[in-house]
Design a protein around this ligand. Sequence first.
Ligand code: AMP
Ligand code: GLY
Length: 423
Amino acid sequence: MKVLVVGSGGREHCLVWKIAQSDRIKEIFCAPGNGGTESLARNINIPASDIKTLADFAKSEAIDLSVVGPEVPLVGGIVDEFLRRGLKIFGSREEVARLEGSKVFAKEVMAKFSLPTAEFRIFDDKRQAADYIRTRSAPLVVKADGLASGKGVFVCESTDEALAAIKIIMAERKFGDAGGRIVVEECLRGEEASILAFSDGENILPLASSQDHKRIYDGDRGANTGGMGAYSPAPVITEALNQKINSEILQPLISGLNNEGKKYIGMLYVGLMLTDSGPKILEFNVRFGDPETQAILPRLKNDLVEVMLATIEGKLDKVTLSWERRPCICVVIASGGYPQEYEKNKEIFGLNQTEKLPDTFIFHAGTRREKEKCFTTGGRVLNVAALGDTLDKAKARAYQAIEKIKFEKMYFRRDIGWRALQR
Ligand code: AMP
Ligand code: GLY
């Protein structure tokens, strides 16, 4: 088979790496890819958002299966376009990708199918939103409706902060059209965890649980980022909790959509807050999580291509996932300054010294290669994942590998996994 992976981050390098292990693979392409995907796939210089050119490429190369990493092409309808052209693709169609593309749509779906989530109100008028906020007591959460690279959510400890968030989203339009509407919701307290699941429209197949660290600094402090590290499994998700999530969230969502003629096919990511009154949905993503994927897939024993094909063909009831018992941890190495301003094009040293380390996987996120050298190109630069007999040992292994890597102003958190280790 010829496979095309769309995207350029650590998640996509990890997908390429896992797909490359399948017996069915003849050739892998990655668009646009990065300095890491290049060693396993042919990087194709087409941006992940350029749906038409990607479809042209897949058609002309006779790609057998395309796999989409990021949300932007999914929300933009890449799956519908590929299917129209008779191309096989793993991902969710536009009508359900809205679960991530519009927080208003997602909340409406949660309400319609009685899924547990924070109480909320929707506004398209900033004055009405401000009036409402003045009647509520803080803390409150204010969210821009559309895609905002994870930056459109404001957890506000005071009324003034919530009013400021409305101004940023709706008056200043910091996120453009994504700020046409907002969701104002109750602030939930608890521990966060993610559940990812394959769905073929009827059957749900959850992956091993995981947790990521969204904040930039140790102790989960500072600004929200795309994710600074992750681990799998998340010990906070017990078997009983898993069943509850399955029966109260995953199943009702998929069958509710199905009853409306909207089949959810692809990867579903549910961000959860585990509150005293049970798990509540924070968000839906319609794709693999980043960096959760880099902590989950090294533990998956199945052939990923087989599972993806079964998803597309509606045969997930015939698949059982099998997992490496050992936990996996993934630490993100970023450019100093991220998630705000940061510098690029720094040469990365020491990568070759990490190649032979046992049970250690280096996934590139924001890198490019130039002959023998490797340079930074983004905020999140590298993901160092490691398996270990215990989470502690996995963590030690990942940080030992990081010791060998150097670039100017490199930054990483030193406490990935702390919640699980504290248990
Ligand atoms: P989202 O993109 O909606 O998942 O929001 C990003 C982050 O904001 C989440 O990972 C949470 O840390 C936080 N968050 C979102 N909604 C809430 C809420 N209702 N209560 C508390 N924290 C929230
Ligand atoms: N790690 C969170 C996400 O992928 O959205």
